[in-house]
Structures are given as C-alpha cells and as structure tokens.
Design a protein around this ligand. Structure first.
Ligand SMILES: [Zn+2]
Length: 105
C-alpha cells in the first residue's frame, strides 16, 4: 500500500499484485502470501532487532553487529516466512550467506 499526500493508492497495489499472480500462474510458480510485519526490523540470522539511525536505511544487528540494508533484511525475512508457511525446509548458513532449500526444483 502506497501513501502520498495522505491518499492511499491501494488500487495501484492490487493491480501490481494481480499482475504478479497472473505471471506466476502462467509459469506455474506458486504464490505464497506472508505478513510483512517487522520484516525489516528483525535480523534474519539472529532474530534480534536491527537498529537504524535516523532516516537511515542501513542498520546494525543488536546481537551480531553485522550491517543490514533495510530492504535486504526485509526480503530475507519474507523468504523465511514464505518457506515456513509452505512447510519448505530452508537452511541458512550465515558464514557463507547461502540458503538452500531441499524442496527447490
Ligand atoms: Zn544479526
């Protein structure tokens, strides 16, 4: 949902969502819906809070001290949530920054 000048552009969001659903269906790719809540606030490796400076999109994990871009942390957490909800076993090795999924084609 995008907000601009106090106006909600939910119709535009739905249009993008429908386009993604159609393209995924066309290629036989499953679509998994996840709650995006806190996906950029929590470290995908440690599950701890990422502390961001004022107006900054770069933050530091409270536990491990590693640096995260807000969008990168969010997409990793979205992937982890999607795999968890789909029952897909996902392993995460922070040292190599590699993720493997036994259910992948
Ligand atoms: Zn961390």
């Amino acid at each position: 949902m995008y907000m601009r000048n106090g106006r909600v552009f939910q119709a535009a969001f739905r249009g993008v969502q429908r386009a993604i659903e159609e393209k995924a269906r066309e290629y036989g790719v499953p679509v998994i819906y996840v709650d995006p809540k806190n996906t950029s606030r929590l470290c995908p490796v440690h599950g701890s809070k990422i502390v961001y400076g004022d107006e900054s999109r770069i933050g530091k994990c409270e536990r491990g001290g590693e640096i995260w871009h807000r969008d990168v942390a969010a997409v990793w957490n979205l992937l982890l949530k999607a795999c968890a909800s789909a029952g897909c076993p996902l392993s995460w090795r922070p040292s190599s920054h590699r993720v493997s999924c036994r259910a992948s084609p």
